[in-house]
Design a protein around this ligand. Structure first.
Ligand SMILES: NC(=O)c1ccc[n+]([C@@H]2O[C@H](COP(=O)([O-])OP(=O)(O)OC[C@H]3O[C@@H](n4cnc5c(N)ncnc54)[C@H](OP(=O)(O)O)[C@@H]3O)[C@@H](O)[C@H]2O)c1
Length: 373
């Protein structure tokens, strides 16, 4: 498979994601799979603990509160959450740290003064406590891992998920992993899988991951290795040893070396951070190479498209999140010993503020896990 994004497809993908986000959040069909806040807790099914994002801002805006426990509809399961994570995307949403060109659409989609969906957390692992009557593929007692998508909701004791979510994914988790390990797979693993699929990495190809030491990057290194590629991993000096242990063939300290200065060229460059000029990255591609950008600014996209305009090189920058089948595929790789989540620190739910402070520091190796129960 070739890099399958033609010019314009990425624009459609990004604007589609934004429009889907706005439509999803503003319409009556928006994801409602987490508990309501204490204002409307008077009703029914008793409380659960959840971390509520009370405003956009520093980690202190996160507060542990009692909210109403959700109840599954006919096509949903109720998951008792055992572990979740703090991802870069959770921190970006909490602090509302978005590029100017997508600032307004995302603000409209997620809430003007504070997140309309106040419970963050994009991935989790837990047990299915009850199932709706129309659910056929999941059972009470199943140990599952979940990508919540834009519905979020991981920072809580319970979540309802559709059997076939419109955003996000759910599947039985790898038997060999603990809840804490499994919780770290769906988001970073799913997004890395989707990006690398767009480039169709082949055995023997040379792949460079820029920002390899974080959530996307640690999965991308292992997925590219599983595909048989030669992998160069770029990150800060303190992350390079870990990157070697998960399979990187070559490591580059970005503080010492700019990989775009080297004559080396790559079939695929997966850029997780936005600190390297995109035109230079395009020039570091082989003739049919593919640049994947997870976190680009508008000018970076324009420059990359411009630099690639008279070549067979391809540039893509959008992923829409994984599916249930993607989670099942990731599970098979874990069980085959080809994929293993990199876990840095673990924090209890009560220490979510400290966990976000640590994530904001940029020091994390791979993933930060939150133990819920
Ligand atoms: N495009 C899409 O469709 C899409 C979808 C979902 C998410 N995203 C975005 O994609 C990003 C995912 O990142 P993640 O979760 O993997 O983040 P992460 O866990 O924070 O990892 C980022 C890594 O990059 C390293 N880094 C920082 N500056 C660098 C530089 N100049 N050169 C090389 N490496 C550098 C960091 O290490 P140090 O801090 O030690 O430098 C860190 O190890 C987020 O911004 C998220 O919002 C995009």
């Amino acid at each position: 498979m070739r890099c399958n994004t033609g010019p314009g497809n990425d624009m459609h993908a990004i604007s589609g994601m934004i429009i889907a986000g706005i439509a999803g959040y503003l319409s009556s069909d928006k994801p409602k799979h987490v508990g309501r806040t204490d204002e409307d807790q008077s009703a029914d099914r008793g409380p659960m603990r959840a971390v509520v994002c009370t405003a956009y801002g520093p980690p202190d805006v996160l507060q542990l509160k009692n909210v109403a426990k959700p109840f599954p509809k006919n096509d949903e399961v109720l998951v008792r959450i055992r572990a979740t994570t703090v991802s870069a995307a959770d921190c970006e949403l909490r602090s509302f740290d978005f590029a100017p060109w997508i600032w307004l659409p995302i603000r409209l989609a997620f809430g003007i003064s504070r997140p309309r969906q106040p419970v963050l957390g994009q991935e989790l692992a837990g047990d299915i406590e009850s199932v709706g009557k129309d659910v056929t593929s999941l059972n009470e007692g199943d140990r599952v891992f979940v990508a919540t998508g834009i519905g979020l909701g991981g920072y809580a004791e319970y979540i309802c998920m559709r059997e076939d979510p419109r955003t996000g994914a759910i599947a039985t988790m790898p038997a060999s992993l603990s809840y804490e390990e499994a919780a770290a797979v769906p988001y970073g693993g799913g997004e890395a899988l989707e990006f690398l699929r767009k480039a169709n990495v082949q055995s023997g190809q040379r792949v460079l991951i820029n920002g390899a030491g974080g959530s996307f990057g640690t999965f991308a290194v292992q997925l590219a290795k599983a595909a048989g590629a030669h992998v160069t991993a770029v990150d800060s000096a303190q992350k390079l040893e870990m990157l070697r242990t998960i399979g990187a063939d070559r490591v580059v300290d970005y503080g010492q070396e700019d990989f775009t200065d080297s004559p080396e060229s790559y079939d695929v460059i997966f850029d997780v951070v936005r600190n390297t000029p995109s035109g230079r990255m395009v020039r570091s591609l082989k003739d049919n190479g593919c640049l994947l950008m997870a976190n680009p600014g508008f000018l970076q996209i324009v420059r990359a498209k411009w630099a690639s305009r008279r070549s067979k090189k391809r540039v893509t920058f959008a992923a829409s999140g994984g599916t249930n089948e993607d989670l099942a595929y990731l599970r098979s790789l874990v069980e085959a010993g080809k994929l293993s989540p990199v876990i840095d620190r673990r924090f209890p739910l009560e220490q979510i503020v400290e966990a976000h402070r640590y994530a904001d520091s940029g020091e994390k190796l791979g993933n930060i896990v939150i133990t819920v129960a």
